[in-house]
Design a protein around this ligand. Structure first.
Ligand code: GAL
Length: 324
């Protein structure tokens, strides 16, 4: 894949790279995003070492488009087996606990992806540094791609891919530092996977007008596919059939879901699909594909925009002009 060009700072241009305040390509891969204290914080996989762990990079932005590198929230640590050089750490996601602590969730793995565990780290400040706690297979289940969701009442959920059994939604313990129980599990249609259970991966959840939307992709590694979305009256389901997020055959505009960010503005609540266009030969230059989500009556879809901005106060999206 040719190296994508960079977007001008202050504009989201799907398929083009974000650069930080130093002009370096922002390592916003497999990213988790939260709006905290008037800023968007993003925690991404630093792909400087390719597939293996080079740190969780933290960025902040007032507008989802102008990113400032805040350092590594979690660094490589030869003294901690899960964080040692050569390990795999993916899809960092953070929730701020109601008590003010920041809890980071990680896909922790071996280079052959056989470990399939979830890791936890905590910090007082969003940008860290985070203190690594431990990893586990939640309730004994394999766990690779993860997402997180906090409901309005503070209940936290871990979304986790377990291809033997399906995509699980786990309710977290009240302190977010463990899982309590599986509240729902979804599978891909049996016709798609006659060999047995198989759920979606790269999970993300949002709430809109009392409905919960769960996004995910098929399990095709770094290759992209038509990502899907289902809805339910609660994180416990029952989940609707899965529908396409983007025009079928577009492979979700050649991207895979990383998270979906909710911007609750004074004029609109806007959800932003945050996806990765992985380049397996140059993961550090994998391009972000971020697009506003249209949510209505159980459907959540994205449409292509060349370039756009969002007003973080009103929540309104506007087209932007960028030169090639
Ligand atoms: C994908 C997954 C990515 C990464 C990749 C490695 O299925 O969504 O996060 O793990 O596989 O091949």
């Amino acid at each position: 894949m040719p190296t994508p060009s960079s977007a001008p700072r202050g504009v989201v241009a799907p398929g083009r790279l974000f650069v930080d305040q130093h002009g370096s390509v922002a390592q916003l891969h497999g990213v988790g995003v939260q709006h905290l204290d008037g800023l968007f914080y993003a925690w991404g996989e630093d792909k400087a070492h390719g597939q293996t762990f080079a740190g969780v990079a933290c960025y902040s932005s007032p507008d989802l488009a102008t990113w400032t590198f805040r350092g590594h929230a979690l660094a490589v640590d030869p003294a901690v087996p899960d964080l040692a050089p050569g390990r795999v750490i993916e899809r960092p996601k953070v929730l701020r606990h109601p008590d003010g602590r920041h809890v980071m969730f990680l896909h922790v793995d071996s280079p052959d992806y056989a470990d399939a565990r979830v890791g936890w780290a905590v910090a007082d400040r969003p940008e860290g540094p985070y203190t690594y706690l431990r990893s586990e297979r939640p309730l004994g289940h394999a766990s690779r791609d993860i997402g997180v969701f906090a409901d309005a009442d503070g209940t936290g959920y871990l979304l986790s891919e377990d291809r033997e059994n399906g995509l699980h939604v786990y309710r977290l313990t009240p302190d977010y530092l463990g899982v309590e129980e599986i509240v729902s599990t979804t599978l891909t249609p049996p016709s798609d996977h006659p060999a047995g259970p198989h759920g979606y991966e790269s999970p993300a959840m949002i709430e809109h007008d009392g409905r919960y939307y769960l996004f995910g992709s098929e399990l095709t590694g770094w290759a992209t596919n038509d990502n899907k979305v289902a809805w339910a009256p609660s994180p416990a389901g029952p989940w609707s059939d899965w529908a396409d997020v983007a025009p079928p055959g577009s492979a979700t505009y050649d991207s895979q879901t990383s998270t979906v960010v909710t911007v609750r503005g004074t004029e609109a609540t806007t959800h932003v699909y945050v996806g990765d266009r992985w380049d397996p030969d140059d993961l550090a230059h994998s391009a972000p594909v971020w697009l506003p989500v249209r949510v209505a009556d159980g459907a959540a879809t994205i449409e292509w925009l060349d370039a756009w901005t969002i007003d973080p106060v009103t929540g309104l999206v506007a087209d932007a002009e960028v030169t090639a």
